[in-house]
Write a protein that binds this ligand. Sequence first.
Ligand SMILES: Cc1cc2nc3c(=O)[nH]c(=O)nc-3n(C[C@H](O)[C@H](O)[C@H](O)COP(=O)(O)OP(=O)(O)OC[C@H]3O[C@@H](n4cnc5c(N)ncnc54)[C@H](O)[C@@H]3O)c2cc1C
Length: 606
Amino acid sequence: MTAPTGAHNASHETHDYDVVVIGAGGSGLRAAIAAHESGARTAIVTKSLLGKAHTVMAEGGIAASMGNVWPEDNWQVHFRDTMRGGKMLNNWRMAQLHAQEAPERVWELEEWGALFDRTKDGKISQRDFGGHRYARLAHVGDRTGLEMIRTLQQRAVELGIDVYMECTVTQLLKDGDRIAGTFGYWRETGSFIQLNAPAVIIATGGIGKSFKVTSNSWEYTGDGHALALQAGASLINMEFVQFHPTGMVWPLSVRGLLITESVRGEGGVLRNSDGKRFMFDYITDYFKAETADTEEEADRWYDDHINNRRPPELLPRDEVARAINSEIKAGRGSPHGGVFLDIATRRSAADIHKRLPSMYHQFKELADVDITKDPMEVAPTCHYVMGGVEVDPETQAATVAGLYAVGEASGGMHGSNRLGGNSLSDLIVFGKRAGESAAEYAAKLDRRPAAPAADVANAIAVALKPFDDNGDENAYTVQQELQDVMFSLVGIIRTGAEMEQALAEIEKYKARVKRVTVQGGRAYNPGWHVALDIHNMLTVSEACAKAALERKESRGGHTRDDYPKTDPEWGKINLIVTEENGAISITHKPLPQMPADLAQLFEEAK
Ligand SMILES: Cc1cc2nc3c(=O)[nH]c(=O)nc-3n(C[C@H](O)[C@H](O)[C@H](O)COP(=O)(O)OP(=O)(O)OC[C@H]3O[C@@H](n4cnc5c(N)ncnc54)[C@H](O)[C@@H]3O)c2cc1C
């Protein structure tokens, strides 16, 4: 990796590139590799250390229809599963490209050194996940994300791409209506840094930190979503937030930590306090035809997928999360407020150690539970945002010239609900596309854009504002209150009245954050970092709550008690979020028309 060099002036340093990628997760790294290989001078900026992005936490696997375990699998079935999992609200073209290109991207990872688990005949092994017709998740035990990041990182290092670590971007810079670069600060020293570039790719991940119980880490404060909105781009599908069915509930210090879906993919079953395998009571009409309705048939699935219907534990995540929520609410929960997930009676201890090593250690070390002997206690946890920057499906270009978005920060691909394993494949399919498109855009420009000095001075003033000593608010207090409100009022089950209450609270927080003051200096000051992040958290929370209030139906990761049915009319509409002069508004946009040959796939399945 090349050590970045550049000019230093009195207030901050500046560097010039063709493409700047914000984020060093799977999507950011893949995009940077593609931009570099297309000839662009490329840099990656990440607010944590290289190798520490969310992608590293991914456990279960990468979905791709390679057909290694079930030769019947192909891109058409993967496309159909993805669209049905998203309740048909996905951008069909993104879902198509994703299904078609995922296998090639996985083999490419292998060429670059990724060591996947193997089938008996030496091919890349593929495992079951919810909503996928066939076992199609390429994996490395339950540490797939680690292998993916290791491989991509190594590739980026070999290519000599500049990386700015522990460096947070606080604003996108523009020249008129075009992107001109990024402005941010070094977390360690607090000094400012400006990266000039005609093309910027947002690869900043999700928004989960705005919710109290979440599988997401400190990095997921929705920075990229908010930066894009402020720069004039639009967001899509922001009402859809995925609550993963199985997060840890106890001890409290680790509440929300993820338990991979691979546990159910490997045969784990869900039981309530009566010992009942309750998922059979929650099979919706939508999935009735393909879901087993007896334990005997469900258990045969693992031996013979083709002739049997799937176990109900492998329904899409939104369905399973709602079922668990209902059991807990009905008083049939576990002692610490979850339900039981049992792998111990379903697989041998040796299999568990081999196939789910991280889960074994996670429970042993954090909860003193031996999952080879006892069940786990689990409950839904905020996990993933389907909404993100609205992009062109072919190029990942946002609606502002020079701006691109990819990975969890982009929207459209997953519709109202993402299938497990489809994020890692999304990162590498669209990461490559975004990097190539951004490089091409930068190469074709006849003039390099330049941000006006006044805008840079303003970015500095905004970043330093929390050091004004006349405020009376604490950023951590506002953050904590926002997380409580979003989890309890805009969480897994929503009502109009509660979301209006949440929006009223958000308005109060917006007024309060103007009075936030931080103590100490600029050198590694976490209080200051939170004081800056909280603005983004408020922006994405408001976008989410406003879109959720507008959508008067239940679909995927958006369940309303006051509109419990899925409404076909709402199935024709995407909600678009824009911001003007700080005011967030929502508009309706018709879904793009799916071509007849793809629509036919759904007729055939019927
Ligand atoms: C516990 C867990 C398990 C999962 N398991 C799976 C799985 O098995 N299969 C699957 O498909 N998906 C899984 N997912 C989802 C998947 O891991 C994520 O959706 C995906 O990794 C997101 O990748 P990304 O590149 O979009 O963002 P990330 O990997 O999160 O990277 C975001 C990057 O942006 C940087 N960043 C953010 N804001 C700024 C800023 N302002 N300035 C500079 N840098 C910034 C961060 O530091 C980071 O480098 C899992 C998620 C979790 C939390």
